[in-house]
Design a protein around this ligand. Structure first.
Ligand SMILES: C[S@@+](CC[C@H](N)C(=O)[O-])C[C@H]1O[C@@H](n2cnc3c(N)ncnc32)[C@H](O)[C@@H]1O
Length: 434
């Protein structure tokens, strides 16, 4: 059956909306989705289709920003022209676009679109890949120092593809098969994740927070890579477990499920606002064994009281987020080598603060959603040099004990990323206190 192609008239106000949102995202320290939501809240009259157009175009432009600017041969802040160029190259769905292009700029736009499709690239490999995949040179260069060019290129390409919608089944309330069936009944087909025993990948992206299954606390949205991190703790019912950088509590809730709601689970963070998000999530998930504490004002009493007591401590450290660029493409333009250096020091201090909590024979799991060796392997080597009482154990073996076969691991660390596992990029190390 022939499909009918429609022509979509792109209104100048849509272009203006994209430009306004993009300018704000590039200027603001807030993540792109927050800025976008703020914009939509201010423009309540925008229809569903207008919103979809603006959101998709903004995200597409953030993914290809540098290559667009390179092809446009204009200042990167000529966002109107870059938006038209993006739409000329990528379009919107299957529609033929009728773009609001002035006759005098049509030629320039078509020439720029040709340059986008066949860019003239410099000889320097970091700059060439940086332009092709719209990433900063310093980031690509850091990867080229430790990986072959083909591997780096596969990584760059995978980080530019949109991420799937993945959920973690709340095993306190249901098993994976039941939740898959419930989602299907509500119109959302899914398939099991290949590695995590409790994950489902939705066949299509959708707003699933309105489903009854979600409201009943049967699942949480969580990337499969993130699910594997909590499994590395092998947290069990009755244990003392600490989630040292709990944030909104994605991993805390998973730890609670692994503990079957039994034992003591501490969720710490320095940002009260992040921990506050966790409260309603624990209620929905039927989690009752979590104690939330905002550091640092009570760090001394709470953290010191736990010295030598924890069976497992998870440090899901603040990081560059270079492993989650497919979800937060704007981060590529906000993170700098100076910021990474500051994060490395922060991570070191957090590890130092939490290591004493681990009991003899207990474990410390360090994780980031970074793909930079300085925040990952190098951080752990620094820690092990200072702490001979800890030993690195192979993460793949920890997962194998739980029935998870895990390919592509060449050493004791866990490394997953879009190009190899289809997950977000995560790094983890499991350290046992002897
Ligand atoms: C990667 S996020 C955690 C994400 C969370 N574990 C999850 O799975 O949803 C890192 C968190 O570390 C917190 N953080 C930063 N410095 C900290 C510190 N010194 N002690 C504890 N938490 C800290 C940040 O506020 C942030 O929420």
């Amino acid at each position: 059956m022939a499909t009918e192609t429609t022509t979509l008239r792109v209104y100048p106000v849509w272009i203006e909306a994209v430009v306004t949102v993009l300018r704000e995202i590039l200027r603001s320290p807030l993540p792109a989705d927050t800025v976008l939501q703020q914009f939509f809240r201010k423009h309540r009259k925008m229809g569903k289709r207008d919103r979809a157009f603006v959101a998709e175009t903004v995200y597409g432009m953030l993914r290809h920003y540098r290559r667009l600017a390179h092809a446009a041969r204009r200042r990167a802040d000529d966002l109107r022209f870059l938006t038209l160029l993006y739409l000329e190259v990528f379009g919107f769905g299957d529609a033929i676009l009728d773009l609001p292009v002035r006759p005098a700029e049509r030629g320039a736009l078509e020439a720029a679109a040709r340059r986008f499709r066949e860019p003239d690239l410099p000889d320097d490999p970091a700059a060439a890949l940086g332009i092709l995949y719209s990433l900063p040179d310093w980031l690509v260069a850091a990867w080229l120092e430790v990986l072959p060019r083909e591997t780096v290129e596969a990584r760059c390409a995978a980080l530019k593809a949109p991420a799937p919608l993945t959920v973690r089944v709340n095993t306190l309330k249901a098993d994976r098969g039941t939740v898959q069936q419930r989602l299907l009944e509500e119109g959302f087909p899914s398939r099991p994740t290949p590695y995590s025993p409790v994950g489902l990948i939705l066949e299509e992206k959708a707003f699933i927070f309105r489903t009854r299954a979600f409201q009943e606390g049967l699942f949480e949205v969580q990337d499969e890579g993130s699910q594997l991190i909590s499994l590395l703790t092998e947290a069990r019912p009755g244990q003392v477990v600490v989630d040292g950088c709990a944030g909104g509590g994605g991993k805390t809730l998973h730890l609670a499920a692994l503990m079957e709601g039994k034992g003591r689970l501490y969720a710490f963070d320095i940002h009260e606002a992040r921990l506050r998000e966790l409260r309603p999530r624990t209620r929905r998930a039927d989690v009752h064994n979590v104690r939330l504490h905002v550091l640092p004002h009570n760090r001394a009493s709470i953290v010191r009281r736990l010295y030598g007591k924890a069976d497992a401590v998870l440090v899901d450290a603040p990081c560059s987020g270079t492993g989650v660029l497919r979800r937060n493409p704007d981060a590529a333009w906000k993170i700098t080598p100076e910021r990474v250096a500051a994060l490395v020091e922060q991570q070191r201090q957090i590890l130092e603060a939490y290591a004493p909590l681990v009991r003899p024979g207990g474990r410390l799991v360090y994780a980031t959603c970074s793909l930079l060796p300085a925040e990952n392997e190098q951080q752990i080597h620094t820690f092990l040099n200072a702490h001979p009482e800890f030993t690195l154990i192979p993460a793949a073996e920890v997962l194998a004990r739980q029935g998870i076969a895990f390919p592509h691991q060449t050493d004791a660390f866990l490394r997953v990323e879009p190009a190899t596992h289809g997950t977000d990029g995560f790094f983890a190390a499991v350290l046992v206190q002897s």
